[in-house]
Design a protein around this ligand. Structure first.
Ligand code: AMP
Ligand code: MG
Length: 492
């Protein structure tokens, strides 16, 4: 491995490595395992620029070598992070089994982002795994994370995907790939659970202090800062889950190791956007009991946050009964915070600015007739936004006609004009989402034919889903019924 390779081209890397100042228990030093013949498949130029990275440098042989883990940029100190987690309700020791944190890039604006290679080889936490990733799932994470960003939802981002020139073995032989993931941090609920289960209280305190400094500097000096940490994380997760629900996003594997303390959406495995509105929607082939169904996501978030609160108990109060009482109260508050945010989000989707008690029934009535008539979630709101109330059974029903009258009357009970109301709807109802059949079509062309044009076009239209542009029209059509029900696979 050529460690000096980066000295020849200045790619703009500007690493700090604050995480390694935590005790060694939190990570394992580990270099990536070099791959046979790296090839850059896709590079996120806008993101690269905002990180202060040089696009041409990244596209060069040396740049690609870094993105493949074949060389380590100056200043990087690769580590695999340790964490645990509840997977489908069962507590397990995990850790980065196929990912490495190169370090934290400090951007020209002074922001700090984790640069992580996913699929870069085995680590001490790999258990039985090969440490590798396949091209399809890595491109899928790229598309979905960038789509989430386009929707304005907090998310980890994707900087690049390279193929390794090596095959990996899953159910079939697949092309290997590495994704470069960018995150505010990779501290998870599971990171706290890990240290709470296997560490000392002093180590837990160090993690809490580190997290406060990095993500919540405004409460980091508070006397009761660990309690404030819990409060802030609850609030950010309530916001995040409300945003997911409002666009019909189903994460698919809301294990506690896949819940980031930063409030970003993370780990896009078997996730997908709902077409037909149904709270029971599940896409993941491994979610047999619907634990992570669309309608369960708020409940699961609260459950995960209760695990976070449990881990924090020793820091919240010296009297553990009192700590439990305080934490419980906060966790119970999640539902109210979430529901308020969701309700306001739904109001905005319907062009409503102010609050009236009748709003709840207007919203639930619409959702219930959407479910009854198998209405497409995104296209119902798209139709209402652009006054195109055709092409769906729902729009031709008497129930909908009655509902529409109530909605119209409701819109007169605010000062804002019709135009302002329409604009609010446009800003809150995406014209398009990454529909599953479109994502699959793009991935198929990429993986089987090395044709990346469909993916690039899809990424382009998804970068501003609220544009209501002509190019977006064809992306709002539904999949043929034969492709339903859609199933996603774990993406390993
Ligand atoms: P995920 O389902 O991606 O959240 O992964 C759950 C855990 O399994 C994490 O600790 C991963 O690092 C680990 N893991 C997933 N795939 C592999 C693999 N191919 N090799 C080693 N570890 C893996
Ligand atoms: Mg994960």
């Amino acid at each position: 491995m050529d460690r000096n390779i980066d000295n020849r081209i200045n790619m703009g890397w500007n690493f700090d490595n604050s995480y390694i100042h935590l005790p060694e228990k939190f990570y394992a030093k580990q270099n990536p395992t070099p791959v046979a013949s790296p090839k850059l498949i896709i590079l996120n130029k806008t993101l690269a620029e905002s990180l202060g990275l040089d696009i041409h440098g990244l596209q060069s042989r040396d740049g690609t070598a870094i993105l493949a883990g074949n060389s380590i940029p100056e200043g990087a100190l690769p580590i695999a992070q340790a964490y645990a987690g509840h997977q489908f309700g069962h507590f397990t020791m995990l850790g980065d089994g196929r990912a490495l944190l190169l370090g934290e890039q400090i951007t020209p604006q002074g922001e700090r982002f984790d640069i992580q290679l996913k699929g870069s080889g085995r680590t001490p936490y790999s258990r039985g795994g090969d440490g590798r990733a396949a091209l399809g799932p890595m491109l899928r994470e790229y598309i979905i994370s960038e789509a989430m960003n386009g929707l304005g939802i907090p998310t980890t981002r994707s900087l690049a995907v390279v193929t390794t020139g090596e095959s990996i073995i899953r159910e079939t032989v697949l092309p290997g790939a590495i994704l470069t993931r960018i995150a505010a941090s990779h501290i998870r609920v599971g990171t706290f659970q890990y240290i709470s289960a296997y560490g000392r209280v002093e180590e837990l305190r160090l993690l809490a202090e580190y997290t406060l400094q990095r993500h919540f500097p405004n409460v980091a000096a508070d006397e009761n800062r660990y309690f404030r940490l819990l409060q802030e994380v609850i609030k950010m997760q309530a916001e995040l889950i409300a945003r997911w629900q409002l666009v019909g996003f189903v994460h698919g594997v809301m294990n506690t190791d896949n819940m980031a303390i930063s409030g970003e959406s993370i780990d896009f495995g078997p996730c997908a956007f709902m077409d037909t509105y149904d709270p029971a929607t599940v896409f993941s082939s491994i979610d047999h009991y619907g634990r992570y169904a669309y309608g369960n996501q708020p409940k699961i978030a609260a459950w995960n946050l209760a695990r976070f609160a449990e881990a924090l108990l020793p820091l919240i109060h010296s009297d553990q009964d009192e700590a439990l009482r305080i934490a419980n109260e906060e966790i119970l508050g999640f539902d109210t915070i979430y529901y308020g945010l969701w309700l306001n989000g739904m109001r905005a989707k319907l062009g409503i600015f102010n609050e009236k008690t009748e709003d709840e029934s207007i919203i639930t009535e619409l959702l219930s007739i959407m479910q009854k008539y198998d209405a497409d979630f995104t296209n119902t709101f798209r139709g209402l936004t652009i006054d195109e109330l055709c092409g769906m059974e729902l729009f031709d029903t008497s129930e909908f006609a009655q509902w529409k009258e109530k909605w119209k009357t409701r819109l007169t009970k605010q000062q804002e004009s019709k135009e302002e109301s329409k604009q609010l709807m446009r800003d809150n109802n995406p014209a398009i989402i990454p529909r599953n059949h479109r994502v699959e079509e793009a991935l198929d062309a990429a993986v089987k034919q090395e044709d990346y044009s469909l993916m690039e076009k899809l990424l382009e239209v998804l970068s501003n889903p609220y544009a209501y542009s002509v190019e977006q029209d064809e992306y709002s059509t539904l999949p043929p019924p034969s492709t339903r029900p859609y199933r996603t696979f774990c993406g390993t």
